[in-house]
Design a protein around this ligand. Structure first.
Ligand code: ZN
Length: 452
């Protein structure tokens, strides 16, 4: 993993993330249907996902898998036969899950089925009607205001019939069964930050992680929001309890500040890890508490599971005006912010993989570091040697109770320098790793073992 981080070309990564988003952008997705399948097919070109189909009508806890929705075309034509709203120009124009319609309507009748955003007259809103059969069009308020009295021809060439709900997962097996969940939702049509950014980020992250040796197992989920996480949890109750840490990836590519939404418990290891990543990043960040709103963390953190799942994003959903509109487009996101988010996810994974607890093998006063070649210049790593401050911190606090993360947090030193210091001390036999399963980790014995 050290090599991966060292060799990561962050400009290239940003461009890759953006290009994948650009490719997925035109596809019309919903919580079921061929748009989701096509999205997963494109993802499968990069990572070996396993695609699952769950039939309509299947009970998943208190919910039932809905009918499958597909759409080929939709428009509104005015009395002169001109298409004034056209699905082919933007798939946001159709209320997601609209039932099929073909007919003529007066303006008054049509208006019952039109949705706009008066505050942003140039933007098309994104609305859905998954669980109540209905039809409708979303249009700009400018288009709406231009509608004349008269008869309108309306077509929604959609199908809503028994089929299935499609989701995908990828499990990267590590040395231990303890899992890290990385989940994102694939149900939103043409909008970039929410949530093609999450889809592209996790696809790219999995692509980088799949070829390296990992301690933990990593489970990637690409699911429709809400119904997808409920479906996955209801079918994988045993697997769910292997999840030790998790993050929901959403809204990760806008230029706003990185924001972390804590787990329901608020004091999980992942909370501490992500907070440390954000501190170490030396750029502004925000931390918000868990609330039972938002994305799939609502289900993963529901009390019967109460998994340690937080969400690392940039500007949170709802907090930016372009949210759920046509203005959440390719110009709203940028490769640099995208790559920065990916680096932060990798930073969290780096800590998950490398956090450990040690015991100083010579606790009675500081060992003489100079004769072991561990002390060098002050203020940084020179000639491959490690700065002494992290060494002092690791030695002093490695009493079997403080993990490297605890020491990094307490010292204010970047985790990677604390980890480098621990590696250097281990190489000189000055630390002994605490067995994670040992009940009483305090294990200093009377005899000191200070070999040089
Ligand atoms: Zn959304």
């Amino acid at each position: 993993m050290d090599r991966l981080l060292k060799e990561l070309d962050i400009d290239k990564v940003g461009k890759e993330l953006y290009a994948l988003t650009e490719r997925l952008y035109p596809i019309c997705r919903s919580i079921t249907g061929n748009g989701v399948r096509e999205t997963l097919r494109i993802i499968s070109e990069q990572i070996p996902i396993e695609v699952h189909e769950v039939p309509s009508g299947t009970q998943v806890f208190d919910w039932v898998i809905p009918k499958e929705w597909n759409i080929r075309d939709a428009y509104i034509k005015n009395s002169r036969g001109e298409k004034i709203v056209d699905f082919k120009n933007s798939n946001l124009h159709v209320l997601s899950y609209s039932t099929p319609v073909k007919g003529k309507f007066t303006l008054e009748e049509l208006k019952e089925h039109l949705f706009t955003l008066p505050d942003h007259p140039e933007w098309i809103p994104y609305f859905t009607s998954y669980y109540r059969e209905s039809w409708g069009f979303c249009l700009t308020h400018k288009q709406y205001e231009g509608l004349e009295d008269g008869e309108y021809e309306v077509l929604i060439d959609s199908t809503l019939e028994d089929g299935s709900l499609t989701y995908a997962q990828l499990l990267l097996e590590g040395d231990i069964e303890d899992e890290v969940l990385l989940s994102t939702y694939i149900c939103h049509p043409s909008m970039c930050n929410d949530n093609l950014s999450g889809v592209a980020l996790l696809t790219t992250l999995a692509k980088y992680l799949k070829d390296i040796k990992l301690k933990h197992s990593y489970r990637f989920l690409f699911i429709p929001e809400t119904i997808g996480s409920i479906t996955w949890l209801s079918r994988n109750e045993v697997e769910a309890f292997k999840i030790r840490h998790g993050l929901v990836a959403t809204c990760v590519a806008d230029s706003g500040t990185s924001t972390y939404k804590r787990t329901r418990n608020g004091n999980a290891l992942i909370d501490k890890i992500v907070e440390k990543v954000l501190i170490d990043s030396d750029s502004p960040y925000e931390i918000i508490d868990f609330a039972p709103t938002g994305a799939d963390e609502r289900q993963f953190c529901y009390p019967g599971f109460n998994l340690s799942v937080g969400s690392l994003m940039r500007t949170p959903y709802v907090c930016y005006e372009q949210y759920h509109t046509s203005a959440d487009d390719l110009s709203f996101i940028d490769p640099e912010s995208f790559a920065d988010s990916l680096e932060k996810y990798l930073g969290a994974i780096y800590i998950i993989e490398h956090n450990a607890t040690y015991v100083n093998s010579g606790p009675k006063c500081e060992p003489q570091l100079g004769k072991r070649g561990l002390i060098n210049a002050i203020g940084g790593q020179k000639d491959g040697k490690v700065d002494e401050m992290p060494i002092f911190w690791v030695l002093n606090f490695s009493d079997g109770t403080y993990s490297l993360l605890d020491i990094a947090v307490r010292s204010g030193v970047n985790f990677k320098y604390i980890k480098a210091a621990a590696d250097a001390l281990l190489s000189k036999n000055l630390l002994v790793k605490v067995d994670e399963h040992q009940t009483n980790p305090r294990m200093w014995s009377g005899s000191l073992n200070l070999s040089t």
